[in-house]
Ligand binder design. Structure first.
Ligand code: FES
Length: 239
């Protein structure tokens, strides 16, 4: 409903304002050059039956994927074990931004572009080198691990880089959850998106897989699939 959407937009802005306020209070990061969220047309997340995708289907440790904001751009959709608070991060160009908090009844649902910020590995229909794994040692319970070159990201901290050569966090996908209807929309991104380099690097492959649709914006609905159904093979690498 329009009222709900306005409320949720206000909620997203308040989240960003809270994080910005924390920066100011810390005295560490001045309130200048903060990265703006990149808004894209809204896509309602749906299941295989075309019905709105319910957050009740999300279980910690079991990743799902959809494509947003382009037909060819994969996104991880995750439920984490605990509440996810906003995080203060920076792109490789030093642009500071407020990664969004989690949504849903436990505020534990987050989404990230599944394109690794190092050399742009991503889940294809055949194979994926980047996926959700259990954290090791002092790491959080779950990490996003790209075993192309061993970059590890923290999904509970806005996709922050924990280890490896990745030069910046994964771009966070902004979610808008309508609690009354249990409907989830993707509405934009925050952070260092890599789409231009992605489309240039994989132009031939994407054309073979998707034809001319590859660079099309996502439709009004985006299909959410379990990771196991999105790519036929998931490289476990190590850890
Ligand atoms: S491509 Fe992901 S770590 Fe190198």
């Amino acid at each position: 409903m329009p009222g709900d959407t306005d409320d949720q937009r206000r909620g997203l802005m308040q989240q960003a304002a809270c994080v910005a306020g924390a920066w100011a209070a810390s005295g560490l990061l001045p309130l200048v050059a903060a990265g703006e969220a990149q808004h894209h047309p809204r896509s309602l997340l749906v299941g295989e039956d075309g019905a709105p995708f319910s957050l009740r289907r999300l279980v910690p440790g079991e990743p799902w994927l959809f494509n947003y904001p382009f037909v060819a751009a994969p996104v991880f959709l995750l439920a984490l074990p605990g509440e996810v608070r906003g995080a203060e991060l920076a792109t490789r160009d030093g642009l500071r931004y407020a990664a969004p908090a989690g949504v849903g009844p436990r505020r534990a649902v987050v989404a990230f572009s599944a394109i690794c910020s190092h050399k742009l590995m991503y889940p294809t229909p055949a194979l994926s080198f980047i996926g959700l794994r259990k954290g090791v040692g002092s790491e959080p319970a779950q990490v996003i691990h790209c075993c192309g070159d061993d970059s590890r990201y923290d999904p509970a901290q806005g996709g922050r880089v924990l280890a490896g050569p990745a030069p910046q966090p994964l771009a966070a996908v902004l979610l808008d959850w309508d609690a009354k209807a249990d409907r989830l929309h993707a509405v934009g991104l925050h952070g260092g998106e890599m789409f231009q380099a992605f489309f240039e690097k994989y132009a031939f492959r994407l054309e073979m897989e998707l034809g001319r649709r590859a660079r099309d914006p996502s439709a009004a609905t985006a299909l959410v699939r379990p990771a196991a159904a999105y790519s036929r093979q998931w490289q476990s690498c190590r850890a």
